[in-house]
Ligand binder design. Structure first.
Ligand SMILES: [Mn+2]
Length: 310
């Protein structure tokens, strides 16, 4: 089980764990209730194939299947309230956690094993390392290698951030096991309308201070938070920009995406408004607020952060 609003790292690392479990002779399922727009393509592709059609199950189905002996493996988060289905976590008697996010206040305390490595680029990298470590017993298939490569690619923004020697070694291993960067790239595409909204969002941006750029996405539908994340990534390409914060309003809430190169810690920024993530990639949700008020609030936390950082 990954985190809520699963991204490529969450689903990629879950698929890697699935292969390990299967090849070690265990039944394994990936718990997912809501398939976010970003991962719909990979989810549907897996679901439509004979090999993986039974791989995904909902939280309720998982609850019905669970016994005392069931091992729950949580990937890409260690925070109890961020997992895809909290009831599944609560029911599990044995829990293992794989994650790369920096530790914050709450974490899954009852885990029998926590593999937590904040220096890793992604959970997909960690899981790839585990597969390499196990050796010949695990035979990764091309689609699974693709999923893990997608996780690493997204979390490193295309091997540009947090990609260390081990990250490239993991990618080389995935490539040797059939992963294909061109195929993976197809999963990241936007349709034309989304692309235009992203362009408008980038155009709306204003530099606030000390290289922090802020923008508002004009769209208000489910996929808007992904556009925000992508626009924030895009804004980091501007000379002098150290951190990008992009927001959108969906329903009553404002979704916030924070991205940086690490010098400005967006995790710390997002935690100030109840969100989380890691140093270069974080997010938050502000409830019952207008976009104008959200921008003011975010500017205040940027001020506060820069003040503390001095
Ligand atoms: Mn991740």
């Amino acid at each position: 089980m990954g985190h809520r609003v699963a991204d490529f790292d969450s689903i990629g690392s879950a698929i890697g764990i699935y292969r390990i479990a299967k090849d070690l002779g265990k039944n394994c399922y990936i718990v997912i209730d809501e398939v976010s727009k970003g991962i719909k393509m990979i989810y549907n592709m897996m679901k439509q194939s004979d090999e993986y059609k039974d791989m995904f199950i909902g939280g309720q189905e998982a609850m019905d299947m669970m016994s005392e002996k069931t091992l729950l493996i949580v990937v890409d988060t260690y925070i109890p309230h961020l997992v895809e289905n909290q009831a599944v976590l609560e029911k599990a008697k044995k829990v293992v956690v794989f994650d790369h996010h920096r530790k914050s206040a709450s974490f899954i305390e009852e885990a029998v094993l926590t593999y937590h490595e904040p220096y890793a680029s992604s959970t997909s990298e960690l899981v790839t390392e585990v597969i390499r470590h196990i050796g010949d017993k695990v035979n990764l298939k091309a689609a699974e290698a693709d999923a893990l490569l997608a996780g690493i690619t997204v979390d490193t923004k295309g091997f540009g951030i947090k990609a260390g020697a081990i990250t490239f070694e993991a990618a080389a291993f995935l490539r040797r096991n059939g992963a294909d960067g061109t195929r993976v790239k197809q999963w990241f595409k936007n349709d034309f309308d989304e692309f235009k909204i992203k362009a408008i969002t980038v155009g709306n941006a204003e530099i606030y201070r000390d290289g922090v750029i802020i923008s508002v996405c004009p769209w208000d539908e489910e996929g808007a938070s992904i556009i925000c994340a992508q626009a924030a990534d895009e804004l980091l390409n501007i000379v002098g920009v150290k951190a990008a914060i992009v927001i959108c309003k969906i329903g009553d809430d404002v979704h916030v995406s924070g991205r940086s190169f690490g010098e400005i810690n967006v995790q710390v920024l997002m935690e100030k408004v109840g969100g989380g993530g890691h140093q270069t990639m974080a997010g938050a949700r502000l409830e019952n607020i207008s976009t104008d008020d959200a921008v003011i609030k975010l500017k205040n936390i940027v001020d506060e952060y820069l003040e503390e950082d001095k």
